[in-house]
Write a protein that binds this ligand. Structure first.
Ligand SMILES: *Cc1c(COP(=O)(O)O)cnc(C)c1O
Length: 238
């Protein structure tokens, strides 16, 4: 299957999952996760009407963006180091991976210096995994008051990467947990957190059934990633 066929198939599955949850498919955003893939592959996606891309490394995105249509929009979905914030902010429309109060403070400060409003998601460590970044539920509640004082942040919602389970049904309870925590925090702090960024290639329909508003799909669009990062001067491996 070509990239454009993959995108069409995924959009159809998004519509189907949304319909089964009583929602309209066009209210769900698809991020084509393009890490590891080069500009030729992204150009095919753009030609198929896919304009939203997700990258997990600032350097890789910075090298790739000038080689892709200016109509494309970019979201950062990987861990952000404080020394990359200044570079990252102008490159990305949204940052899904604000995973600590410290990085939130850094982004807020630099956004102020650059005269920007940073649209962000708070990343939640929904299964309490030691190997993963993100706020625990307790840390989220303990941080929320200060987060809401950070005027250069627009906190649009929550994001999570549940433990990998080849059976998508195994992820359902984590997606439901993210939604429940979001609902509780909205209530407790009287804020709107409308977006839920959750669901990847193997489990996005389940995520949509549990309330995802934005899904992050890489492999099912572009195929297996052959390299860790794409670098300028290399051709697409797919
Ligand atoms: C790589 C990545 C994805 C996409 O994963 P696939 O399984 O290839 O769809 C989604 N979200 C994040 C945070 C990622 O790093």
């Amino acid at each position: 299957m070509s990239i454009s066929e993959n995108i069409a198939a995924i959009r159809a599955r998004i519509d189907e999952a949304a319909a089964s949850a009583g929602r309209a498919g066009d209210t769900i955003e698809l991020i084509a996760v393009s890490k590891g893939h080069g500009p030729e592959a992204l150009g095919e996606a753009v030609a198929a009407g896919q304009l939203l891309f997700g990258e997990n490394r600032v350097q890789e995105a910075r090298a790739k963006q000038p080689l892709v249509s200016g109509r494309a929009q970019w979201h950062l979905i990987g861990h952000l180091q404080s020394n990359k914030v200044r570079q990252a902010l102008p490159l990305f429309e949204r940052i899904h991976s604000i995973d600590s109060l410290d990085i939130a403070r850094d982004v807020n400060r630099v956004a102020g210096e650059l005269g920007l409003l940073a649209k962000i998601f708070l990343e939640i460590n929904v299964a309490g995994e030691a190997s993963k970044f993100g706020f625990s539920y307790d840390a989220l509640r303990a941080s929320m008051e200060e987060l809401l004082t950070l005027e250069r942040l627009s906190i649009d919602g929550l994001m999570a990467i549940p433990p990998f389970n080849p059976d998508p049904e195994g992820s359902r309870r984590y997606f439901a947990t993210l939604r429940e925590w979001r609902d509780a925090v909205q209530e407790e702090f009287r804020v709107g957190l409308p977006e839920l960024s959750m669901g990847m290639s193997h489990d996005f329909p389940v995520a949509i059934e549990e309330g995802a508003t934005i899904v992050r799909v890489g492999t099912a669009i572009f195929g297996e990633r052959t390299r860790k990062a794409w670098k300028p001067g290399t051709t697409d491996g797919d």
